[in-house]
Design a protein around this ligand. Structure first.
Ligand SMILES: Nc1ncnc2c1ncn2[C@@H]1O[C@H](COP(=O)(O)OP(=O)(O)O)[C@@H](O)[C@H]1O
Ligand SMILES: [Mg+2]
Length: 326
């Protein structure tokens, strides 16, 4: 994999709050702070893994970065352009360049459309080709994701989960995007075919020079594919580092806990290593703890952690952690 030193996507202090309404007058009573101050850079050609428990804000982060939601605060730059300031025609150009692949390959494909219509739709919508050209392009895209072009007239229900995810990938590639948010694209698939789909993502990255934000809920899933990994907890990034650094030298107590819970193939080490079991539940993002988000479940937190929010700091080159004690 060739990762360049150019930043393709720059995210700065991104926030996405969903209002909560209550009572007969539907007054606003608060916010779900799904994303609450996320900053990160994504380099051209890399795969940045984004990992954290269900509900921590991964999907919202992905959707907000590609402007499917209008951010509550913060900025996203794509190829140096601040997306908040773009005029509609410029935004249209960005839209074809950034895509999202969804978790559920059953829900994300229209069951009444043939593969020709599903994959050809974005091409038609952008007016990028017509008639025969679209058919050729759809056939090429099917070959690219290793499905037979003979399938163009078939419907999604005729395919397995893994094949459907390939169809979704083909659709997302229709406009030659540079950046793809892959939102848990293998979580709903059988374990036996997860590796195939991961390999496909890697092949496509090589061939097409794609950049990925690859979302997963556990660290074992992104280990193979990621160049760097960001660990998310309750709307914030707890730690971000190169892949080997995250797995070999985790600094944040939350990362350590996540890592201690993934099964490893060495039985002796597996028996002797310390399992860190986190107490309690993830607090509500509508009412997050003061100071450090993780302090209510942290084994090493103290009074300071309740008062002040730890900012991300670079502990060694490229290794960022949001913890006073790390
Ligand atoms: N459209 C929405 N409206 C209100 N709350 C939402 C919406 N989408 C997500 N949330 C809330 O935001 C939080 C983060 O959700 P999400 O980004 O889906 O997390 P993840 O993908 O990590 O599981 C959750 O508490 C979820 O209930
Ligand atoms: Mg999600």
């Amino acid at each position: 994999m060739t990762v360049s030193s150019e930043v393709l996507v720059k995210v700065e202090d991104l926030k996405m709050y969903f209002p909560i309404y209550s009572g007969i007058f539907q007054r606003k009573v608060g916010d779900v702070k799904a994303v609450d101050g996320v900053s990160l850079d994504i380099y051209e050609g890399e795969t940045l893994g984004l990992v954290g428990e269900s509900g921590c804000g991964k999907t919202t982060t992905g959707r907000t970065i590609i402007q499917l939601y209008k951010p509550t605060a913060g900025h996203v730059w794509f190829q140096g352009k601040d997306l908040a300031t773009l005029k509609s025609e410029e935004m249209r150009q960005v839209r074809r360049n950034v895509q999202m692949i969804f978790q559920d390959p059953y829900a994300s494909l229209n069951p009444r459309m043939t593969l020709r219509e599903i994959i050809g739709e974005p091409i038609l919508a952008f007016g990028a080709a017509t008639g025969r050209e679209i058919d050729d392009r759809v056939a090429d895209l099917l070959k690219l994701v290793k499905l037979s072009p003979d399938f163009v007239g078939r419907y999604p229900h005729e395919f397995s989960g893994g094949q459907r995810q390939r169809i979704g990938i083909a659709r997302s590639l229709a406009m030659n995007p540079q950046f793809i948010v892959c939102d848990e694209p293998i979580s709903a698939l059988d374990v036996s075919i997860q590796a195939q789909v991961i390999n496909l993502f890697e092949d496509l990255q090589q061939q097409l020079g794609l950049t990925y934000l690859f979302v997963a809920h556990d660290l074992s899933m992104v280990r193979h594919i990621s160049n760097r990994v960001a660990v998310m907890y309750l709307g914030i990034i707890a730690e971000l580092a190169d892949r080997d650094e995250i797995y070999g030298n985790p600094l944040h107590p939350y990362t350590k806990a996540l890592l201690s819970s993934i099964p490893i193939p060495d039985p002796i080490y597996y028996e002797t290593r310390k399992r860190i079991v986190l107490e309690g539940d993830v607090p509500s993002p509508a009412n997050p703890p003061s100071g450090c988000r993780f302090r209510t479940r942290c084994p090493i937190g103290d009074a300071h952690c309740a008062e002040e929010r730890p900012e991300m700091r670079e502990v060694t080159a490229g290794h960022f952690v949001a913890c006073f004690k790390a």
